[in-house]
Design a protein around this ligand. Structure first.
Ligand SMILES: Cc1cc2nc3c(=O)[nH]c(=O)nc-3n(C[C@H](O)[C@H](O)[C@H](O)COP(=O)(O)OP(=O)(O)OC[C@H]3O[C@@H](n4cnc5c(N)ncnc54)[C@H](O)[C@@H]3O)c2cc1C
Length: 590
C-alpha cells in the first residue's frame, strides 16, 4: 500500500526563502497569510491529505464510480464523507474572492495545497478543481445576478461544477461543435446535444452540479466564432436560489477508463435543458479559456503531484529492497545483499525525479504568485507583466510537468521491478492516473502549438522578451561561485533564443516547421525555466546553509544542470532539422 507525506517543509522553503512571499504583503489577502498562518494551513492540509485521502486512493481505483439505471452515479465508498470534510475545512474556495464567501488566501498557498490533494488522491481532488474552473468563468464573465446565484455555493463546495466542451466528433477542434441552444421568450435557452468525457459530470457528492456548456445558438455562424457558453444547472434554482426542479440533463453512461477510476467521466445528454448565456453571444471561447487556463495550470500540478508521490514510494522501496552489491564494494556487508539505492542506475532514476519535483514545484509556485499579482495588484504595469508571465507559462507547466511527471511515475514503477507491475504496491495506479494529464485540457501537442504559435508572437513577443530579460539579467548578476549552475543555464538560454529565432526565420516559409518543432520547443523552454528555478533554489539554499538539507539542494541542482539540462541541445537540433523528413512521406505510405 503506497504512503504519502506532504512536502510542507519544501513548500515553506520556497515561499519564504526562494520567493520571499512576505514582500507581497501589500496585495490583498497576503498580510493575513503570515508565515505561521501559512505553516498552519499547510500542516492542516497535509494531515487531511495523508490521513483521509491517501487511504481512499486505492479504494477509488478498485471500486470506481457506478451509474444506476436512473442515471444517478455513486462515487467510491468513503468519497462522500471525505468530500464533506473537504467542504467543512473550507478547502474548496480557500483562495476565492471574499465577496462571494471565499477566504481570499493567496493562490501561491492554495496551489501548494492542490499539489497535496492531487498527490494523495487525484481522482477525488478533481471534483473540487472543476468547481474552481466554473468559479473563474462566472466570476470573470458572468452577470451580477449569475455571480450572486452561483458563486457562493460553488465556492463553499456545496455545489460542484463541470466544463462541457468535448463531443464525439470534436475535442481539440471545437469549430466542429454541434450542441445547440435555442433562445426562449424568457431570455433562457434550451440546450440540446451530447457531450462526452465530462469529468465529474454526475455524482453524489453535492446537492447541485453547475454545468458550463459550450453550444451554438440557432443560426450562429459555423466554426469557433459561433460558439457560446451556457450555465446549465442539474437542478434549476427556485426564486430563493435553492435547487428545485430537475433540469433535462442526465448522465447517459460513465466511461471505463485507464485510470482516475474514482472520478466519474460521463457522457452527458442535454435534452432541451434550460440554460443561461454567460459572457457574450458567439464569444463563448473567451470565458471557456478563462476556465481552461485555471484548469491547465491545475493539470500541470497533477503531473508534479503524481511524480512526487511515486518518487516518495520509490525511495522507500529502494532503501528496503535488497539486490546485488554496490559496484564500489558492499555497503551493507552484514546483509545478504545491498539495498538497491546503492546502484547508480537506480540513483539516476531517483535523482531525475527529485531534481524535477523540486524545480517543478518552484515553477508552479512562482507562476501562482504571478497569478496573485495579476489579479490583486493595484499597479496596472505590474498586473500586465504578471499576466504575460501566466499566459506564457501556462502551456509550459501543463505540457512539460505532465510529460515529465508521467515519465517519472514510470521510472518509480521501474524501481519496484516486477512488483511495480503488481497492483498491490500502487505504483501502476500512479502510472495510469498520471497518463490522462498529458491528454486532457488540451493534449500536450496542442499546448506546444499554443506556446509557439500564439504565446511567443503575442503583443510583439512582450512576454517572451520579459522572460529572456529576467533570466539573462540573473545570469549577468550571478556570483562567481554560482558558475556550476549559471554557466549551463546560460548555454541553455542561448539555445532557447536560437530556437526562437529559427522559428521566426523558418516558420513563415513553411508552417509545418512550427508543428514539427513545437513539442521540442516546449520541452526546451521547460528545461530553461526549471534550470532558472534551480538557480534560485541554490541561491536560497546557500543563504540558509546552516539549515538541514540545504547542501542536498546544491547537489540536486548540479545533477539537474549536468544530467538533465543538456537535453536542450538535442531539442534545438531537432527543431532546426525542420519538417522535411517528418512530412515527406504521403499519408498512404503509412
Ligand atoms: C478521462 C477524461 C476526462 C476528460 N474530461 C473532460 C471534461 O471534463 N470536459 C471536456 O470538455 N472534455 C474532457 N475530456 C476530453 C479531453 O479534453 C479531450 O479528449 C482532449 O482535449 C483531446 O481531444 P480529442 O480526444 O477529441 O482528441 P483529438 O482532438 O481528436 O486529437 C487527437 C490527437 O491529434 C492531435 N491533434 C488534433 N488536432 C491537432 C492539430 N491541429 N495540430 C496538431 N495535432 C493535433 C492531438 O494533439 C491528439 O494527440 C476528458 C477526456 C478524458 C479521457
Amino acid at each position: 500500500m503506497p504512503t504519502y507525506r506532504a512536502p510542507v517543509d519544501e513548500v515553506m522553503f520556497l515561499l519564504r526563502d526562494v520567493f520571499h512571499v512576505e514582500r507581497y504583503n501589500n496585495l490583498p489577502g497576503f498580510a493575513e497569510a503570515s508565515p505561521d498562518i501559512v505553516e498552519a494551513v499547510l500542516a492542516e492540509a497535509a494531515k487531511f491529505c495523508e490521513d483521509v485521502l491517501t487511504p481512499l486512493n486505492r479504494v477509488g481505483d478498485k471500486e470506481g464510480c457506478r451509474r444506476h439505471a436512473d442515471g444517478s452515479v455513486t462515487t467510491p465508498p468513503g468519497f462522500k464523507d471525505a468530500y464533506r470534510k473537504l467542504v467543512d475545512g473550507g478547502w474548496v474556495g480557500a483562495s476565492a474572492p471574499t465577496e462571494f464567501g471565499g477566504q481570499g488566501l493567496p493562490t501561491v498557498l492554495t496551489q501548494a495545497v492542490r499539489e497535496f490533494l492531487y498527490s494523495s488522491n487525484m481522482a477525488f481532488a478533481m471534483y473540487s478543481s472543476l468547481a474552481l474552473g466554473a468559479v473563474a468563468a462566472i466570476y470573470n464573465h458572468g452577470s451580477a445576478e449569475q455571480k450572486a446565484r452561483y458563486l457562493p455555493k460553488l465556492i463553499s463546495g456545496e455545489w460542484a461544477g463541470t466544463m462541457n466542451l468535448t463531443e464525439p466528433q470534436c475535442g481539440t477542434d471545437l469549430g466542429q461543435l454541434r450542441c445547440r441552444a435555442t433562445p426562449q421568450p424568457d431570455g433562457s435557452y434550451k440546450v440540446t446535444g451530447t457531450k462526452i468525457f465530462i469529468s465529474a459530470g454526475e455524482h453524489d457528492l453535492t446537492d447541485n452540479i453547475i454545468h458550463l456548456v459550450l453550444a451554438r445558438i440557432d443560426g450562429a455562424p459555423a466554426g469557433t466564432k459561433g460558439i457560446s457558453l451556457f450555465i446549465v444547472p442539474k437542478f434549476l434554482l427556485t426564486a430563493d436560489g435553492v435547487p428545485g426542479e430537475r433540469n433535462a440533463v442526465s448522465c447517459g453512461s460513465i466511461e471505463e477508463k485507464m485510470g482516475i477510476h474514482g472520478n466519474a467521466t460521463c457522457a452527458m445528454n442535454y435534452d432541451g435543458a434550460t440554460g443561461w448565456l454567460t459572457g457574450e453571444k458567439h464569444r463563448g471561447l473567451y470565458p471557456m479559456f478563462t476556465m481552461m487556463n485555471t484548469a491547465r495550470l491545475s493539470v500541470g500540478v497533477q503531473g508534479l503531484a503524481q511524480s512526487e508521490v511515486a518518487y516518495q514510494n520509490a525511495v522507500a522501496y529502494a532503501k528496503d529492497r535488497l539486490a546485488g552489491r554496490a559496484p564500489s564494494g558492499a555497503k551493507f556487508p552484514q546483509k545478504p545483499a545491498d539495498p538497491i539505492i546503492v546502484h547508480p542506475d537506480v540513483r539516476r532514476m531517483l535523482m531525475t525525479m527529485r531534481a524535477f519535483n523540486e524545480a517543478a514545484r518552484a515553477l508552479v509556485l512562482w507562476t501562482a504568485l504571478k497569478g496573485d499579482i495579476a489579479r490583486r495588484s493595484t499597479d496596472a504595469k505590474e498586473r500586465e507583466a504578471a499576466d504575460d508571465h501566466m499566459g506564457l507559462m501556462t502551456p509550459v507547466i501543463k505540457g512539460v510537468l505532465t510529460d515529465q511527471g508521467f515519465a517519472n511515475t514510470v521510472a518509480a514503477q521501474q524501481i519496484f521491478g516486477g512488483h511495480g507491475y503488481i497492483a498491490e504496491h500502487g505504483m501502476e495506479q500512479f502510472v495510469r492516473d498520471a497518463r490522462i494529464t498529458m491528454i486532457f485540457e488540451g493534449a500536450n501537442g496542442i499546448q506546444a502549438l499554443d506556446l509557439v504559435g500564439r504565446k511567443l508572437p503575442k503583443d510583439g513577443g512582450r512576454a517572451l522578451q520579459a522572460f529572456f530579460a529576467e533570466v539573462s539579467g540573473y545570469i549577468k548578476e550571478a556570483d562567481a561561485a554560482m558558475a556550476p549552475y549559471v554557466k549551463p543555464l546560460g548555454k541553455a538560454l542561448g539555445e532557447l533564443r536560437e530556437a526562437t529565432l529559427w522559428f521566426a526565420q523558418n516558420a513563415p516559409g513553411n508552417p509545418d516547421n512550427v508543428g514539427a518543432g513545437a513539442s521540442d520547443y516546449m520541452q526546451l523552454f521547460g528545461l530553461v525555466a526549471l534550470g532558472y528555478m534551480w538557480c534560485r533554489i541554490v541561491d536560497a539554499a546557500k543563504a540558509n546553509s546552516a539549515t538541514a538539507g540545504m547542501d542536498d539542494k546544491l547537489v540536486t541542482g548540479r545533477f539537474f544542470m549536468e544530467r538533465m539540462l543538456p537535453a536542450t541541445a538535442t531539442h534545438l537540433a531537432r527543431i532546426k532539422a525542420g519538417a522535411e523528413t517528418t512530412m515527406a512521406l504521403p499519408a498512404d505510405a503509412f
